[in-house]
Design a protein around this ligand. Structure first.
Ligand SMILES: [Zn+2]
Ligand SMILES: [Zn+2]
Length: 124
C-alpha cells in the first residue's frame, strides 16, 4: 500500500479545476522531446494517476498525438488559457497529470527522471 496525497489545481484562467489523490512515488520528470515541445520548458514533471482517483471539472480541449510507435495519446489542455493538464490513452484509464499546475507542486518531487538523454546539456 502506498500512501496517497491529496492534490488540487486550476488552469491559469480558472475555468478548469482538478482534484485527486496521487502516490508520491508516481511522480516522474520527463525530458522527452515531446514534453519539451508541448511545454516550452526543458522538462515536465508528471504525476501518474488512475481515472478513479481523479476529478476534472470544466471543459478540457484535447489534441490527439500519434507517437512514433503508432500509439495515440490525448493531450488535455485549457482551450482558453493554454494550461497543459494531462496526457492519457484513448481508453482514459490512466492520466499523466502535469504537476506544474498543481497546488502541491512543491511536495511532488520526481522520484525518477526519464528520457534524460534528450535533456539539454545545461540541465544539471
Ligand atoms: Zn484556462
Ligand atoms: Zn515526455
Amino acid at each position: 500500500m502506498t500512501e496517497k496525497m491529496y492534490i488540487s489545481g486550476k488552469c491559469f484562467c480558472g475555468q478548469i479545476s482538478v482534484e485527486g489523490r496521487v502516490s508520491k512515488h508516481s511522480v516522474v520528470a520527463c525530458h522527452c522531446k515531446d514534453c519539451q515541445k508541448f511545454s516550452g520548458a526543458p522538462f515536465r514533471s508528471i504525476a501518474v494517476i488512475p481515472k478513479e482517483d481523479l476529478i476534472i471539472i470544466g471543459e478540457v480541449t484535447e489534441y490527439q498525438k500519434i507517437a512514433d510507435s503508432g500509439n495515440a495519446r490525448l493531450q488535455g489542455f485549457c482551450g482558453r488559457c493554454g494550461t497543459q493538464l494531462y496526457a492519457t490513452g484513448p481508453d482514459k484509464e490512466l492520466f499523466n497529470l502535469r504537476a506544474g499546475f498543481l497546488d502541491q507542486h512543491n511536495d511532488l518531487q520526481p522520484t525518477t527522471h526519464i528520457f534524460s538523454k534528450s535533456s539539454p546539456k545545461w540541465v544539471g
